[in-house]
Design a binder for this molecule. Sequence first.
Ligand SMILES: Nc1ncnc2c1ncn2[C@@H]1O[C@H](COP(=O)(O)OP(=O)(O)O)[C@@H](O)[C@H]1O
Ligand SMILES: [Mg+2]
Length: 256
Amino acid sequence: MKLAVSGKGGVGKTTVAALLASELAARGFRVTAIDADPNPTLAALLGFPAPPPASLLDLRDEIEERVGSPGGLIRLNPRVDDLVERVAVTHGGIQLIVAGAISRGGAGCACPQNVLLRRLLDYVVLERDEVVVVDLEAGLEHLGRRSAQAADALLVVVDASRASLETAARISRLAAEIGVPRTLAVANKVRGPEEESWIASGLHDGELVAAIPYSDALARAERTGERAAGADAAVQGAAARLVDALQTRCERRVRV
Ligand SMILES: Nc1ncnc2c1ncn2[C@@H]1O[C@H](COP(=O)(O)OP(=O)(O)O)[C@@H](O)[C@H]1O
Ligand SMILES: [Mg+2]
């Protein structure tokens, strides 16, 4: 099962990615989590010990060697598997790959870092067979067409704000354009049934597959640097229902 998580900044993408990865690992799946957000925080929410793991971009010199340098010739299909093995770290049954702070180029920017991230996503989505959870930033530019089509679902996280629903609508349109087979919405920080139905009725596309409650314990865990999973029983229950829903929606049976 290959999943990507996107949504407006601050809605809880990284939290949802951490909850998902932890729940899947607890069910016995081999899980690889990828932090593709320029401000990487997934390691902390997964409970990885400090200091933060090295990122792919820390291998800057090798990247330039393989991809080329800005302004020069860029190779679009550099080898990445060995680099990935060097930066991957494992904790609590989850293998984590931190992509690093990628500068946001304009559309179609072929800077070496973007090429490498795209190649990394192609590699883990197309060539590896474990469960993959990618924490993306609000855009989808790093998801190439091939990995977009090979993903099982894009999860768009929303909260009870108009802005997050507007971002979700934009992301869903982009996802359809690049061929992501299904976009599913996850409501987060939900304070009661009224908010949940407001969110459900404001979604333009994408079925609402789970609602994660607002939790002071979860917010506190983020502040103290503890893992998200296990911080709150109600959140845990919602994460379990989310994984159940994903397993039903993504028919492809997952190897354990
Ligand atoms: N269900 C929730 N209840 C309470 N706080 C939450 C919840 N989900 C996320 N948060 C808090 O919201 C903030 C942003 O979450 P984060 O996952 O980093 O968002 P994003 O990755 O979308 O920017 C963090 O402080 C996090 O602890
Ligand atoms: Mg984040």
